[in-house]
Design a protein around this ligand. Structure first.
Ligand SMILES: Nc1ncnc2c1ncn2[C@@H]1O[C@H](COP(=O)(O)OP(=O)(O)OP(=O)(O)O)[C@@H](O)[C@H]1O
Ligand SMILES: [Mg+2]
Length: 456
C-alpha cells in the first residue's frame, strides 16, 4: 500500500471513529438528561398530589378532583391497586387507556413507548381513601421531545458524514504536500541509480529536517561508495600491474623452454628456476591479497582479548629470528604487561614491522618496550638501509616500494605496511616511523592507556 494512502486511511478512520464515539456520547447524555428532567417534574407533581390527598377528606370525589386538577395537558394519571387493577384513571386522550404498569411498593420511573407515542412515567405508593396503599402513576406524553431526539440523531449522523468527507479531502491535500518532496527525492535517487553513477543530490528547498538528513546520508553513502569503487579499481589495476612482471617472465621462459628446452640443458635449468621463483612471488602476492580481504571481513566484528605482551614479543621474536637467521633482541624494563587487543591481529602487525627490519638490514633488530605517560611505547629498530625522506609518507600505500628493483630480490609485494596501517587503525594503535637513509629505521607503536590492563 502506498504511504500516502496509508496515512490518509489511518487519519480518516481515526478521526471518524473519534467523532462517532463523541457523537454517541453526546446523543445518549442529551437524551438521558432530557428524560431525567421530565421525571423530576413528574416527581414534583406526584409530591404535590400526595400532599393534597393527605389534607383532603379522603372521599372518592375529593381525590378524583385533586387528580383532575393536577392532570397534565397531554397525559394520564392512573391509580393501581396491589392486585394490578386500576381503581381510577383520568386521561387527556381516550387511547391512553392502556397506560398502566404493575403495582410496586417503591417509587419507580420509566420511559415507555406505546405504538408511535412516547411517555415518561413516575409511580409512587400512596394511601387511598380506604387506607389501602395504591400506586399513583403519572404519565406524560413526550412525543415532541422524542422528535427533538430524532432530529439531534440525524444532525449528528449528517455532521459525521460531512466531517468524514472534509477530513478525507484535507488529508489528501496535506499528505500530498508532505509527500511531494519525498517523491522528488525518490525520483532524483532513481535517476542516479539509472545512470549507475555516484552523483550527489541537491537538498530540496523548504523541506523538513528529516528529509535534509536523508539527503545528507544518501550523499555520504554515495561518497563512500565512489571512494570504495575508486579504491577497488586502483587495487585491481595495481594488482594486475604487479602480476604482469611474473606472468611475462613465466610466459617468455616457458616459450624458450618449449623451443630449446629439450636440446639445451643449461636453458632448461635457468628457465625452471626463473619460473619457480616467479610462481613463489605470485603465490606470496595472492596470499597477501587474501590477508587483506580476510582482515576486512574480520574487522566487522573485531574481538579484543586480554593477553601478556612481553611473553608474546619474546616468542614472536624467537620464531622470526630462527626462520630468518637474524638476531632479534627484546629489551624491556616492564616485567609483565597485560593488554586487551585482538591478539591475532597484533601478532600480524609486529611481524610485518620485524619482517621489514630483518629484510632491510643485516644487523640485529632491537625491540624495546617503554612506558610513556600512561601509554605503552613499542619500538622496532634496525640499522639497515633506511627510507629516503621523500618516501616516508608513501610507504603505507598499497604496492609502494622504495626501490622496486631491489625488492624484487628481497621478494616484497609492497602490501605489508598497508596491512599494518589497517590493523593499527582497527585496533586504535598509533604508528610513527623515523628513518635515515643508510643509517636505519625506527618504528614506534603506541598502545593507548585504555587498552592496558595491568603491568609490573
Ligand atoms: N625497515 C625498513 N627499512 C628500509 N626500508 C623499509 C623498511 N620498512 C619498509 N621499507 C620500505 O617500505 C616499502 C614498503 O614496505 P612494505 O612492508 O609495505 O612492503 P615490502 O616489504 O616491500 O613487501 P611485503 O612486506 O608486502 O612483503 C618497502 O618496499 C621498503 O622499500
Ligand atoms: Mg614488508
Amino acid at each position: 500500500m502506498k504511504l500516502s494512502t496509508k496515512i490518509q486511511l489511518y487519519t480518516t478512520v481515526m478521526i471518524v471513529l473519534t467523532l462517532i464515539v463523541v457523537n454517541v456520547f453526546v446523543y445518549i447524555t442529551f437524551k438521558k438528561n432530557a428524560i431525567q428532567n421530565e421525571v423530576h417534574q413528574l416527581e414534583n407533581r406526584a409530591i404535590n398530589i400526595i400532599k393534597e390527598l393527605e389534607k383532603s377528606n379522603q372521599t372518592k370525589q375529593d381525590n378524583e378532583k385533586i387528580i383532575v386538577n393536577h392532570l397534565l395537558s397531554d397525559g394520564s394519571v392512573t391509580i393501581v391497586n396491589q392486585n394490578n387493577k386500576r381503581k381510577l384513571q383520568i386521561m387527556t386522550k381516550q387511547h391512553y387507556r392502556n397506560l398502566i404498569e404493575d403495582y410496586s411498593d417503591k417509587q419507580t420511573d420509566k420511559y415507555i413507548t406505546r405504538g408511535n407515542h412516547h411517555f415518561v412515567m413516575v409511580s409512587v405508593p400512596v394511601l387511598w381513601e380506604d387506607k389501602e396503599t395504591v400506586n399513583l402513576q403519572i404519565y406524560e406524553n413526550i412525543d415532541m421531545k422524542h422528535e427533538s431526539f430524532e432530529n439531534l440523531k440525524w444532525i449528528l449522523i449528517g455532521s459525521t458524514i460531512m466531517v468524514t468527507i472534509i477530513t478525507f479531502i484535507l488529508n489528501m491535500i496535506i499528505t500530498h504536500s508532505i509527500l511531494k518532496p519525498i517523491h522528488l527525492l525518490i525520483n532524483k535517487m532513481s535517476n542516479i541509480h539509472k545512470t549507475k553513477g555516484y552523483t550527489k543530490i541537491e537538498s530540496i528547498e523548504n523541506t523538513s529536517k528529516e528529509l535534509d538528513d536523508l539527503t545528507d546520508t544518501f550523499n555520504l553513502m554515495m561518497k563512500r561508495l565512489s571512494e570504495q569503487e575508486e579504491k577497488e579499481q586502483s587495487f585491481i589495476a595495481n594488482a594486475s600491474h604487479e602480476l604482469k612482471t611474473p606472468i611475462t617472465v613465466i610466459k617468455s621462459y616457458s616459450e624458450m623452454l618449449k623451443r630449446f628446452g629439450k636440446s639445451k640443458p643449461e636453458v632448461l635449468d635457468e628457465g625452471l628456476d626463473a619460473i619457480h621463483e616467479e610462481a613463489i612471488r605470485m603465490s606470496y602476492l595472492a596470499n597477501q591479497m587474501l590477508q587483506i580481504t580476510s582482515f576486512h571481513k574480520q574487522t566487522k566484528h573485531n574481538e579484543r582479548e586480554s593477553f601478556e605482551l612481553i611473553q608474546l614479543l619474546q616468542s614472536t621474536a624467537k620464531k622470526l629470528s630462527i626462520t630468518h637467521g637474524q638476531k632479534i633482541e627484546v629489551q624491556s624494563k616492564i616485567k609483565t604487561l597485560h593488554i586487551k587487543l585482538n591478539q591475532e591481529q597484533f601478532v600480524q602487525l609486529i611481524t610485518i614491522f620485524i619482517d621489514n627490519a630483518i629484510k632491510y638490514s643485516d644487523k640485529s633488530v632491537v625491540i624495546t618496550l617503554n612506558q610513556k605517560h600512561k601509554n605503552v611505547m613499542l619500538q622496532i629498530e634496525d640499522k639497515g638501509i633506511g627510507i629516503p625522506a621523500e618516501s616516508l609518507d608513501k610507504i603505507f600505500n598499497r604496492f609502494y616500494r622504495v626501490d622496486k628493483a631491489r625488492t624484487r630480490k628481497t621478494g616484497g609485494s609492497g602490501l605489508g605496511l598497508y596491512i599494518a596501517k589497517e590493523i593499527a587503525q582497527a585496533n586504535d594503535i598509533g604508528i610513527d616511523v623515523y628513518s635515515e637513509l643508510n643509517y636505519g629505521t625506527t618504528v614506534k607503536l603506541t598502545i593507548k592507556e585504555q587498552y592496558i590492563e595491568t603491568f609490573s
